[in-house]
Design a protein around this ligand. Structure first.
Ligand SMILES: *Cc1c(COP(=O)(O)O)cnc(C)c1O
Length: 388
């Protein structure tokens, strides 16, 4: 049957696991650039760390197992993973991508991929019919669900039926929910992207990225690119992410529980005009989330009634830190319009509803009472500053 996901955060299946000669329980860091050969044609299985390193390989096997893939590749960042993925495409190829993607992905597609001759069309997958955008040049579809920061939800299973019927590659960035809550490959996707910096690493202390696939042919092509362009994750960072993943299940449950508590609190505030969380029954993606995910995650977005109130909130937070990024043990709050989405053209921001009144929170694993009290304190100060 195989181990359940909580166990797979810590252990490979018995037939996959390698035993350490000294019995080390924590997988060792193989801090070496190269590997000696006993003789001609006698490799230990490792030759040079750009190609593969035992620590990175252990991490890749754990992530492949969590996402139910045949292979996972670990990169120096989420963006390095996505940039490597784009090497699978050629000048003239066309991709249809989500309009509400992570800002860095939009920057990559518009500035690097388009320069390299790849044509990109962005659409709203949750409300538009994708079939009208497909041409004979279209090779792949690239989505996030739920999206960042507006939490739009796409039905992965339904989209996968479509991509299979048209022979297109379906790529899903699964950073927001992590493999603990959602497994896109099981729903029909061909490639899963992760920023390992976020929930997988989980401690706001290192940068990493992943590509996971369940197709041998895609794995072979990606292995060729990682070896050739060299953006693989270092042994030490691989070890940090391995350690982070050990507590993925505990952290995800706790972050979600805290997020739900804050959502409940925010809904009661008169300065809050909208709370966007896919676990709310009134959220348009709620029913799809229940079908394709095992949870709703620890990310929430809310809108306040003025730009001044949003800025005042950001000026007064202490326990909740005003910083980019997400998915770590510490709660963070961001202002998408000047941070994660600063490079997104104004018309796109407006179309997605990302205004100067939108705030996004990555809820951490602190006590939910402390987090609620922090918001109470900050809202009171902001209220006094602006309306007192
Ligand atoms: C952070 C993020 C990325 C980019 O990953 P880095 O590790 O920062 O390079 C890609 N997609 C999503 C959804 C992200 O949140």
């Amino acid at each position: 049957m195989g181990y359940s996901i909580e166990t797979r955060c810590l252990h490979l299946e018995e037939n996959e696991a390698k035993s350490d000669v000294y019995g080390a329980v924590s997988f060792p860091i193989y801090q070496t650039a190269t590997f000696a050969h006993k003789g001609v044609g006698q490799s230990t299985g490792y030759d040079y760390s750009r190609l593969q390193n035992p620590t990175r390989e252990q991490l890749e096997k754990i992530v492949a197992s969590l996402e139910k893939g045949v292979d996972a590749l670990a990169f120096a960042s989420g963006m390095a993973a996505i940039a490597t993925l784009m090497e699978l495409f050629e000048p003239g190829d066309h991709l249809v991508v989500d309009a509400d993607l992570y800002g860095g992905s939009i920057r990559l597609f518009q500035n690097i991929s388009e320069k390299n001759g790849i044509e990109i069309t962005s659409i709203d997958f949750w409300e538009e019919d994708v079939s009208q955008y497909i041409t004979d040049k279209t090779k792949a579809i690239y989505i996030e669900t739920p999206t960042n920061p507006m939490m739009n939800v796409t039905d992965i299973r339904k989209l996968a039926e479509f991509t299979k019927s048209r022979n297109l590659m379906l790529i899903v960035d699964n950073t927001f929910l992590s493999p603990y809550f959602q497994n896109p490959l099981e729903l029909g996707a061909d490639v899963v992207v992760h920023s390992g910096t976020k929930y997988l690493g989980g401690h706001n202390d290192t940068i990493a990225g992943f590509l996971v696939t369940n197709k041998e042919i895609i794995s072979e092509r990606l292995r060729f690119v990682i070896k050739t362009t060299g953006a693989g994750l270092s042994p030490f960072d691989s070890w940090l992410i391995l350690r982070g993943i050990k507590t993925l299940a505990l952290r995800m449950e706790r972050a979600q529980e805290n997020a739900i508590a804050l959502v409940d609190w925010l809904k009661e505030q008169k300065r809050v005009t909208k709370v966007i969380y896919p676990g709310l029954p009134e959220h348009p993606g709620y029913e799809i989330m229940k079908k394709q995910a095992r949870g709703f995650g620890g990310m929430l977005t809310f809108e306040v009634d003025s730009r001044e109130f949003a800025l005042s909130v950001l000026n007064h937070v202490k326990l909740i830190q005003f910083a980019e990024s997400l998915g770590g043990t510490e709660s963070l709050i961001t202002y998408p319009i000047t941070q994660t989405h600063a490079d997104v053209p104004p018309d796109k921001l407006a179309a997605n509803g990302i205004t100067d009144r939108i705030l996004r929170m990555s809820v951490g694993i602190e006590s939910k009472e402390d987090l609620t009290e922090e918001l109470e304190r900050v809202f009171t100060l902001a209220e006094e500053e602006l309306h007192g």
